[in-house]
Design a protein around this ligand. Structure first.
Ligand code: GLY
Length: 302
């Protein structure tokens, strides 16, 4: 829903918050993660600061991270048990609750753009697998070679017997508020290492990995997808945000819910209708970057 009339759009301060996935702390790779989320934030901020739409800003930020081989989305996605790539993505705008999502899609360099095209088509919310590829062809989103999505790092990780704690990390997401008061959220992932082919996680599910209502805020989640789905984390976090005085506190109690009731680990980013941000995670690290007019440059608090 659009913001209430008493919240005049003229007061809206454009803001973007981006994450690069909750997971382990790769003590030797932090700079690469920091530079990646900063570049994504700059891409989204370029849109917002020019007066562009929140939906364009989050798509641009997430595309940047899908193109970055260090993150588990697009190029750099983790591999399934069978060594294939199956990606999930979703995007939502919070004025009219328009949304689009794709799940278990192979051979698409930027699944978030395919989800955006589905949002724009305004017929279905979620397409999977071959149906999503057929839709991609119909709207001119090109297929790529699987080899272009598979990095040496992910091939090595696939060859290892990964401990459970190492299966998280690298999902990407962004939430933005534009000058007109619209909030949008987007999330993209390759899923979890060694997942069964056909598995769909929270990142493809509106209300779980992604949610936005411009009168309240927006959220993008990361972490153990099955746990996030169990507690419908995105939607519940948004309503914590509605009730809490402080987005940081809303983020914290949402992560507590994920751990205690969902029995999993992860994190999330939040942005409210005023442009206030919050983030929290139960893992050692979650790369986050924030940009707004009050900041001289993107703030990267990790
Ligand atoms: N949160 C990403 C996934 O579980 O697929």
């Amino acid at each position: 829903m659009p913001p209430p009339a008493d919240r005049a759009p003229a007061t809206r301060v454009p803001t973007i918050i981006v994450h690069g996935g909750a997971g382990a702390d790769p003590s030797d790779g932090r700079d690469e993660l920091r530079q990646g989320v900063r570049a994504a934030t700059v891409a989204g901020w370029r849109v917002l600061s020019a007066g562009g739409a929140a939906l364009d800003a989050v798509e641009s930020a997430v595309r940047t991270l899908e193109d970055h081989p260090r993150f588990n989305a697009g190029r750099g996605s983790v591999l399934t048990r069978d060594g294939t790539v199956e990606m999930d993505a979703s995007i939502m705008e919070g004025d009219h609750l328009q949304c689009g999502a794709v799940a278990a899609v192979p051979r698409i360099a930027n699944p978030i753009t395919l989800a955006r095209r589905l949002l724009e088509a305004r017929r279905h919310v979620l397409l999977v697998g071959d149906g999503a590829l057929a839709f991609a062809r119909s709207v001119g989103v090109p297929e790529c070679d699987t080899a272009s999505l598979v990095t040496d790092r992910q091939q090595r990780r696939h060859a290892e017997v990964a401990p459970r704690s190492a299966t998280l990390g690298g999902t990407v997401g962004a939430v933005a508020l534009d000058r007109s008061g619209t909030i949008a959220a987007a999330t993209s992932t390759g899923g979890t290492i060694g997942k069964l082919p056909g598995r769909v996680g929270d990142s493809a599910l509106i209300g779980c990995g992604t949610y936005a209502e411009s009168s309240i805020g927006g959220v993008s989640c990361t972490g153990d997808g099955e746990a996030i789905i169990r507690v419908v984390l995105g939607h519940r976090a948004l309503y914590f945000l509605k009730d809490a005085a402080d987005p940081e506190y809303a983020a914290k109690i949402a992560v507590d819910l994920l751990v205690e009731e969902g029995r999993g680990h992860g994190g999330l980013i939040l942005l409210d209708w005023r442009g206030r941000t919050g983030y929290a995670c139960s893992t050692p690290l979650m790369p986050v970057t924030i940009m707004s007019p009050a900041l001289a440059e993107p703030r990267t608090p990790f």
